[in-house]
Design a protein around this ligand. Structure first.
Ligand code: BTN
Length: 334
């Protein structure tokens, strides 16, 4: 860990308290000038550090900037596991990751942003990405064929749930196929995109894009959106920094994406899924006005398909992710 990351980690552990340059210099075996340079670099990144003469350094209680050094300071895996780039604002982390992939960026590249101006969702929709959220994309170069694509979304869902649970204590649930819910409202969406080599049928690269509504104020969720979306900490300050949850997300999602086809991943996905037992409206993705058919969700099979029974004629179907939009109906199966 570079000195800057070590200093930030120490200041975060002593948030609000003054830490002297001498203490930091002794702790990390460097000169006070080196400490001062590290502090200057952290301030340039936007961290609110008070550094008055003879008063030491104090990280403000409300300092919560998503930064490269901040995320690194919370990663427990070796630094070179991921190649992380952090932006305060970007068009779309998925789009940017695609551009990097085309230029040969390596497996394990992670693009993180504090806001997006052109966030993309599934089925060509926009994904509103205001400050307060955490938006990131993993670039992977797996040795798998194209039809395995769904397993990356499945693995990412499990990784996001584990990270949220580990960091916040909140137990989220998966809404098939790519959404994470808390209290029946969406807090995270996942968009997996890929490029295929047509000759070999293998995946050239996969981009797994994840948007987490972390501390997005509830005012951002207005009208219809307020009924279906929320954030983890909409109205009260989160009890930890966004760098901490970003690091947990990267590590947990990264771990799940290492073995996306593992039966453990599918087992965890099923265990965390809340649709089985519920009624849904199954609508066509191509007809936006389609009111859909009411169906009872029976289960999710090992291929990740949703097994349903239509209520109008009792017929059953195995739904694949690309074919349907789902609307939850209020009632749960008794
Ligand atoms: C959905 O809910 O439809 C999927 C939303 C996926 C949003 C994430 S945010 C990070 C990454 N960059 C994007 O432009 N989209 C994904």
């Amino acid at each position: 860990m570079a000195l800057k990351e070590k200093v930030l980690a120490y200041l975060e552990a002593n948030r609000g308290a003054s830490v002297s340059g001498e203490e930091l210099a002794v702790l990390f075996g460097v000169s006070r000038t080196a400490v001062w340079k590290a502090i200057s670099a952290l301030k340039a990144e936007g961290h609110l550090i008070d550094a008055g003469t003879n008063r030491g350094y104090t990280l403000a209680l409300n300092s919560d900037v998503l930064t490269h050094s901040g995320i690194l300071s919370y990663l427990s895996s070796p630094q070179d596991t991921y190649c992380i780039e952090v932006h305060q604002t970007i068009g779309s982390t998925n789009q940017y990751a695609k551009e990097l992939a085309a230029k040969g960026a390596p497996h394990g590249t992670v693009i993180v942003a504090a806001s997006q101006t052109q966030g993309r969702g599934r089925l060509g929709r926009c994904f509103t990405s205001p400050p307060g959220g955490i938006y990131f994309s993993f670039l992977l170069r797996p040795a798998l064929t194209a039809e395995k694509g769904l397993c990356f979304t499945t693995a990412a869902c499990v990784g996001v749930c584990n990270a949220i649970e580990q960091t916040t204590g909140i137990i989220p649930a998966i809404k098939w196929v790519n959404d994470i819910y808390v209290n029946d409202k969406k807090v995270c969406g996942i968009l997996t995109e890929a490029a295929t080599n047509f000759e070999t049928g293998t995946l050239e690269y996969v981009i797994v894009g994840i948007g987490v509504n972390f501390a997005t104020p509830s005012a951002y969720f207005e009208g219809e959106l307020a009924e279906i979306a929320t954030s983890l900490y909409p109205d009260e300050p989160a009890p930890f920094s966004r760098n901490q949850i970003a690091a947990a997300l990267i590590e947990n999602v990264g771990k799940a994406l290492q073995q996306p086809e593992s039966p453990h991943i599918m087992a965890a996905y099923k265990q965390k899924s809340f649709l089985p037992g519920r009624m849904v409206q199954v609508c066509s993705t191509s007809i936006s006005t389609d009111a859909g058919r009411t169906a009872l969700v029976n289960s999710i099979d090992d291929a990740g398909r949703l097994l349903v029974t239509y209520q109008d004629d009792g017929s059953t179907a195995a739904l694949s992710s690309g074919e349907v939009r789902l609307r939850l109906t209020a009632s749960k199966k008794k």
